[in-house]
Design a protein around this ligand. Structure first.
Ligand code: UFG
Length: 340
C-alpha cells in the first residue's frame, strides 16, 4: 500500500497525503521544495500521527529518479503533482515550464516502465477546455488550443501519458481540477503561495490580514450576471479525497480503459464578487477591493459537469463555498499567528 506522491509538500499534495494516510496508505513524498517547505511534513504528522517519508530531489534529474524507483519498485502507484503552475510566469518563462513539467513527467514514466510500477494519477486542469462552447463542461468536450505554456504543459502531459500507456503496462488517470481553494479543518496545512498570490482566494485572505493593501477585481464587464468571471471552486479536501478514490480504482482493477479522465469540480459556478461576499459574510470583515481592467488570458466562465466522476468514482464534492472560504480564512489567521 505504498504510494509515491510527487509534490507532496505542496498545496494539493499535502492535503492528499493526509487523506491517503488516513485510509491506511504508506506515503513517500518526493519534492524539490522549490515552492514549499519541508516543515509541511511536521504538520502532516501532527494531523495524522504518521510521518510520511520525504526525499528531497528534483524529478527532472533522470538518474536520481531512476535510482529512486529502483529502491522503491514495490510502490503501488504514483500521484504526480510536482509541477510549476503559475499561468503568468509560464508566459514569461515558457522553456522553464516545458522543461520542468514535461521532463519530470517523462523521467517518472520511464522509471515506472523500467521497474514495473503500473498505476499513475496525474494532476491535470480544466484549463485544457479553454473557454468551453457548452456549460457545464464534460470530459467529452474538445481540448482547445492552450492559452498559456502552463496550460499547454497539461495538454502535452496528457498526450505523453496516453502514448506511453499504448506501449506499456502503465495505467493512467488524469484528474482535471477546477479551482481548488480552502484548507484543512485543522488549519495546519493550506495554500501558501510564495510572494504575491496570483489566485483569488489567497489574495483575499492576505488582503483581509493586512498583508496586501487591496484586492484588484480583474474586470466587471464580462457577459455574466454581475459582470465578473465565474469559476467552479472546489474544496481542496474534497479534491484530495478524489485522489484516494482514483488510486483505489487502479489498484482494485476497476478501470474501464487504460487511460481515464475525470472532472473534479462541484458543478456550481460562482462569480468573483460572489466569492468576495461569501468571504465577507464568513469572516465578518469588509474586504478592501477595487474593480480594475480585465486580466489577460482570463476566460469568462467555466464550471464542471461532474456527473461522470460522481457516477464512475462514487465521489462527490461535499463542501460548499461558505465552508471553503471559512477554512481558507481560518488557515491564513492560524499561519500568520504562528509566524508573527
Ligand atoms: N481574480 C481577481 N483578482 C485577483 C486574482 C484573481 O479578480 O487578484 C479573478 C480572476 O480574474 C478570475 C478569478 O478571480 O476571474 C479566479 O482566478 P484564479 O487566478 O484564482 O484562478 P484561474 O481560474 O485564473 O486559474 C486557475 C488555476 C490555474 C488553472 C485555471 C484553469 O490557478 O492553474 O484555474 O481554469 F489553469
Amino acid at each position: 500500500m505504498k504510494i509515491l506522491v510527487t509534490g507532496g509538500t505542496g498545496y494539493i499534495g499535502s492535503h492528499t497525503v493526509v487523506e491517503l494516510q488516513s485510509k491506511g496508505f504508506e506515503v513517500i513524498i518526493v519534492d524539490n521544495l522549490s515552492n514549499s517547505s519541508a516543515e509541511i511534513v511536521d504538520k502532516i504528522e501532527k494531523i495524522t500521527g504518521i510521518r510520511p517519508v520525504l526525499e528531497v530531489f528534483d524529478l527532472g534529474d533522470r538518474e536520481k529518479t531512476a535510482d529512486f524507483f529502483k529502491r522503491n519498485s514495490d510502490i503501488m502507484g504514483v500521484i504526480h503533482f510536482a509541477a510549476f503552475k503559475a499561468v503568468g510566469e509560464s508566459v514569461e518563462k515558457p522553456l522553464m515550464y516545458y522543461r520542468n513539467n514535461l521532463v519530470s513527467l517523462m523521467n517518472i514514466l520511464e522509471s515506472m516502465k523500467e521497474t514495473g510500477v503500473r498505476n499513475f494519477v496525474f494532476s491535470s486542469s480544466c484549463t485544457v477546455y479553454g473557454q468551453p462552447d457548452k456549460l457545464p463542461v464534460s470530459e467529452k468536450a474538445p481540448i482547445k488550443t492552450a492559452e498559456s505554456p502552463y496550460g499547454n504543459t497539461k495538454q502535452i502531459s496528457e498526450e505523453i501519458i496516453q502514448d506511453t500507456i499504448k506501449t506499456s503496462d502503465i495505467h493512467g488517470i488524469a484528474l482535471r481540477y477546477f479551482n481548488p481553494i480552502g484548507a484543512h479543518e485543522t488549519a495546519l496545512i493550506g495554500e501558501l503561495p510564495l510572494g504575491v498570490p496570483n489566485n483569488l482566494v489567497p489574495f483575499i485572505t492576505q488582503t483581509a490580514m493586512g498583508i496586501r493593501d487591496q484586492l484588484k477585481v480583474f474586470g466587471d464587464d464580462y457577459p455574466t450576471p454581475d459582470g465578473t468571471p465565474i469559476r467552479d471552486y472546489i474544496h481542496v479536501v474534497d479534491l484530495a479525497k478524489a485522489h484516494v478514490v482514483a488510486v483505489n480504482r487502479m489498484i482494485q482493477d476497476k478501470m474501464k480503459k487504460a487511460f481515464e479522465v475525470f472532472n473534479l469540480g462541484t458543478g456550481k459556478g460562482y462569480s468573483v464578487l460572489e466569492v468576495i461576499r461569501a468571504f465577507e459574510k464568513s469572516s465578518g470583515r469588509k474586504l478592501n477591493y477595487k474593480i480594475v481592467g480585465r486580466r489577460e488570458g482570463d476566460i469568462i466562465q467555466v464550471w464542471a459537469d461532474p456527473s461522470f466522476s460522481n457516477k464512475e468514482l462514487g465521489w462527490k464534492a461535499e463542501k460548499g463555498l461558505d465552508e471553503m472560504v471559512a477554512s481558507a480564512w481560518k488557515w491564513e489567521q492560524a499561519y500568520r499567528t504562528e509566524n508573527s
